[in-house]
Design a protein around this ligand. Structure first.
Ligand code: UD1
Length: 424
């Protein structure tokens, strides 16, 4: 077990390059299962979740190679359709193999992923949608077992909530179904668009890409392809918020400002200077930021994955502001850790009200998940003294070389083994 030792007080200044999005790359790897042959993915981030997904795909019969930021997935004519619990539990996103396996094999047995530290995450929309496409779905012994012996058929699906994962599973399942599928109230996240683009390149017929109504005309087969992953808007947003919190000046190369419109609007309100140059995005902050009210919503709303960082920003900003979390019911658990750094943040249900403090004070804290972990490290950068953030492995799931990149921007962050960790 490792931790980050963060010495506060230095602004983040300089250039940093953002790689492809975790939430896209993992799904693109699963999409590769839809076609026999070798698919090549570029700009895949060097994070542990990619390692877990590679292992799962190998288990399903694919050969997966990784060379720097390029991942190749070689898919045999016949893939296996059982995704076991010991792999799925490490990576909730592995539920995204359900759609491709069902489309390709007419069967999928995928272990239920279980919970994580941000709240219960149901699968009802995934399963009800697949039933609309003609699958028989049962949940038994901790597995989702889906069958479509005579193949899937097109259908109309209305999602109660624009779930990212359900949209992706239905989309991938529908590409090889017999007839036309319409997904209404579909998720519009840039990562969903990225998956659609890759599918189209493989031969899928999809209309309405980037809108909340996706229309998919099933085809007989898809072919393997080469695709470059969309840049990670959450990592880009993390650097932007970090620049504002530390009163720094960061240019995020490869960062897409058009995928972060509301976030950048909020940072401009906080007082940041924002420059959206061709090669990237520059965020600079000269004074103490102003606290900002934020409401998380599905895209194009403010992303829930940047909520912990914006609460951390409010904790050091001038004034009082409220953050409302609408996507996950338990995503404020990290606020207790922030309080250990002296933050004045109160939560009530899905609201968090922060009274900004001019400076936090360093303390040992624990990262409960990827994004809250990154937020605690950013908070540590503004604190007086040395903040120890344990649970570095959580952050490794979503941020390639986080400590190294922070140090390249002038921060003082050391990654070290955690002598206080013990297994009971
Ligand atoms: C994806 C992202 C995650 C991000 C989230 C919302 C990946 C790997 N993860 O997660 O980082 O925070 O989108 O932008 O891409 N829900 C149900 N029933 C369902 C499906 C979802 O109740 O069948 C609920 C979930 O419990 C959650 C909310 O809907 O409260 C959002 O879930 P969803 O959009 O599906 O998120 P994920 O795809 O799991």
């Amino acid at each position: 077990m490792e931790r980050f030792r963060v010495t506060g007080g230095t602004p983040l200044v300089g250039e940093v390059r953002v790689t492809g999005a975790k939430n896209s790359a993992l799904k693109l790897m699963a999409v590769a299962l839809l076609a026999e042959g070798r698919t090549t993915l570029r700009d895949v981030p060097a994070i542990t979740d990619v390692t877990y997904m590679a292992e799962l795909l190998r288990r399903l019969g694919a050969e997966v190679d990784r060379d720097d930021d390029i991942v190749t997935v070689d898919v045999p004519a016949k893939v296996r359709f059982a995704a076991p619990y010991h792999l799925v539990r490490r990576l909730r996103a592995s539920i995204c193999v359900l759609g491709p396996l069902l489309a390709r094999c007419g069967a999928a047995d995928v272990a239920l992923p279980g919970g994580d530290a941000i709240g219960s995450r149901g699968l009802g929309l995934h399963l009800a949608g697949l039933e609309k496409l003609g699958a028989t779905v049962t949940v038994e012994h901790g597995f989702v077992m889906a069958r479509a012996g005579r193949g899937l058929r097109g259908g109309n699906v209305w999602l109660d909530f624009p779930s990212v994962g359900a949209t992706e599973n239905l989309l991938t399942a529908a590409t090889l179904a017999d007839g036309t599928t319409v997904i209404d109230n579909a998720a519009r996240e840039p990562e969903v668009v990225d998956i659609c683009r890759m599918l189209v390149r493989m031969g899928a017929k999809i209309d309405g890409i980037g809108t909340s109504t996706l229309r998919i005309e099933g085809v007989d087969g898809l072919s393997s392809t080469l695709h470059t992953t969309v840049p990670d808007r959450i990592v880009t947003g993390t650097w932007a918020i970090g620049a504002v919190m530390t009163r720094g000046d960061v240019t995020v190369l490869n960062g897409r400002a058009d995928h972060l419109e509301i976030v950048l609007d909020k940072l401009a309100y906080a007082g940041a200077t924002i420059d959206t140059a061709d090669e990237g995005l520059r965020v600079a902050m000269w004074d103490r930021p102003r606290a900002v009210d934020v409401v998380t919503l599905p895209y194009p709303g403010f992303p829930t994955d940047l909520q912990p960082m914006i609460v951390a920003l409010n904790a050091v900003a001038e004034g009082t502001a409220m953050v409302t979390e609408n996507v996950y019911e338990a995503r404020f658990m990290f606020v207790n850790e922030l309080a250990r750094l002296g933050a004045d943040v109160r939560t009530d249900g899905h609201h968090a009200v922060a009274n900004g403090r001019p400076r936090l004070s360093a303390a040992p804290v624990a990262a409960p998940d990827i994004r809250a972990g990154a937020a605690l490290v950013l908070a540590g950068l503004t604190a007086e003294g040395e903040t120890l953030v344990s649970g570095a492995h959580h952050i490794d799931r979503g941020y390639p070389n986080f400590a190294g990149q922070l140090n390249s921007l002038g921060a003082h962050v050391v990654r070290e083994s955690d002598p206080d960790h013990f297994d009971a």
